[in-house]
Ligand binder design. Structure first.
Ligand SMILES: [Zn+2]
Length: 203
């Protein structure tokens, strides 16, 4: 079975600030002054990330601090797993909405029903196995990173399958727009406005 790449992100390039289409492996092809290719790509490996990505990478590959008394904390047991999972969720994640926390995210189960990480609930002191890699899309593209969870019944499925383009809000529009195939009006599948908490299924 070939690996399909599901999601591409239509974003404003963090490097050259022009609109560009980025996937887990692609890079920005805009030509800069002087004729050089921009070359920006979304971070996957630790050293590719900015300080925020590296902080999250470290957090989600390290057990929780012993003095943690509230909140939820998830981590993968091996550091190299985090990069693999980041690539995997970008390549094959399916697009969902969490209406409780009001964000779109990609999620996937890299090992089907087998655990890939641990989740610690500080209030009860319990640790459970996590099967889901979940990457919220409510941050800047250069900060996209995942955490670990299990599937929640309130998650709402929006779309998956090859050729998905997820257009993040930018200066010209405040909603997410999800396309299939090409970014044009006739291929628009969904819109989602985080501030208005309103989504619309187009087809
Ligand atoms: Zn660029």
């Amino acid at each position: 079975m070939g690996r399909r790449t599901v999601a591409f992100f239509q974003v404003t390039c963090p490097h050259c600030h022009k609109p560009t289409l980025l996937g887990p492996n692609g890079q920005c092809f805009h030509i800069l002054k002087g004729g050089v290719v921009c070359g920006y790509s979304l971070p996957i490996l630790y050293h590719e990330g900015n300080s925020k990505y590296r902080d999250k990478y470290e957090k989600h590959t390290t057990p929780p601090p012993p003095d943690m008394v509230s909140g939820v904390y998830s981590w993968a047991p091996a550091s190299g797993d985090y990069a693999q999972h980041q690539e995997f969720v970008m390549a094959s994640g399916s697009l969902h909405l969490d209406p409780a926390f009001n964000y779109l995210f990609l999620w996937t189960t890299p090992r089907d029903n087998k655990p890939v990480a641990n989740v610690f609930y500080a209030s009860s002191g319990t640790v459970i196995a996590a099967t889901v890699v979940l990457m919220p899309l409510n941050s800047k593209p250069q900060n996209y990173h995942h955490f670990y969870s299990n599937y929640e019944p309130h998650f709402q499925y929006l779309a998956d399958g090859p050729g998905l383009i997820i257009e993040a809000p930018d200066g010209s529009h405040a909603d997410f727009r999800v396309y299939r195939g090409e970014r044009k009006p006739s291929s628009l599948l969904h819109t989602y406005h985080p501030n208005a908490q309103s989504g619309q299924r187009i087809v």
